[in-house]
Design a protein around this ligand. Sequence first.
Ligand code: CA
Length: 439
Amino acid sequence: MRMIALSLCILGVGIGAFAQGAEQKKPNIVVLVADDLGYGECGCQGGKDIPTPHIDSIAKNGVRCTNGYVSCPVCSPTRAGLITGRYQQRFGHEFNPGPPQQAEKNFGLPLTEKPFPTYLKEAGYVTGMVGKWHLGYRDDYQPPRRGFDEFFGFLGGAHPYLPNRPTPANPIMRDGKAVEEKAYLTDAFAREAAAFITKHQKEPFFLYLPFNGVHAPIQPAPRHAGLFGDIKDEKRRKFASMLTAVDEAVGVVLDTLKKTGTLNNTLVFFISDNGGPTKQTTSRNDPLRGFKGQVFEGGIRVPFLVQYPGHLPAGKTYEQPVIALDILPTALAAAGGKVPEKIKLDGVNLLPYLQGENKKAPHEILTWRFGQQWAIRKGNWKLLKTGKMAPMLFDLSTDLGESKDLAADKPEIVKELQKDYDAWNSQLSKPLWQRPRQQ
Ligand code: CA
């Protein structure tokens, strides 16, 4: 406590707010996840044509991690990493499943893994999830059996936003049962998230809110009709509504925290689960190379924002590489929870780094494996293999767009990173299911 207070003093953060919040009760934890939202899309990330004031407010009131990554360039494996704090390839969760009807029977976050909400329940939290699960369809893989006290959302990898088409194989569910939902889906998630916060405002809560916005299908909110007339491309115009709906939903969550007096005692994360699939949805990854599904930066580097009033500085950018695996250990440290010694987390508690107390890099290396593709980042060097061709080497400090392959010029760096990658790779399991044909 003294050390933290001291570092806050150095940073010029108000200690009054800190002492009051922390000593009164455990902080609430809110994890907001956008789906398929590219690195360059939000205003705080340099996006120009679609205003995102609520998402941007998290950067303004907290820390924007410019080198924030996820552990996979597609949906389900990233979520498996986020919810365990571990590289998901350690336990075979390497690929997406097919849709519910075609998914392999064993698809789901392995029951041997301990999920995020379970840690927080043990620390005295009530736990709620609203949104897209994508970590298993079978009863024993569903959120109510994986640590969530309350669940509203769906189990698949995507869902229509409009209530005009039944989805019997992938219904909207409340706890264990299918329900009918008439609202635009992103609005429904905002409503449910606000209800959860309001209901549990007097106790420490964990809210996991993975939106399906802005994943396909491209369906704008009817209430946005007439907006974005200056955007000429029809797909982009519809996408603008979808992103605006996510931004407004983030606004509803933040407003509810404010109204219930919990905002100043809440740690909020906002990330995307992978890069934008620009061709399918228009979502942009500027200035990065590549898209969803690739281990180029555009597939794995995402908007990564953290707000924690009184504990983290406001309006700061943090440049060292961080990864979504860090969210669980960071939340757990804030919550005063514990990780059993036998569980090896790959993520680290980011608070001392974001507070400026620890000046080192949180990770010596970050690594990715996604079928035939793999990558490793060490400092500013990134070695990357996309298929049968030889690995490519990029210097991200001078070549953020990964345009100049330096492998032939720097064989010693290639050798070092290859060795580090091989050491990590040797710890991984075989995939428990195979990649569906269309991924
Ligand atoms: Ca996704």
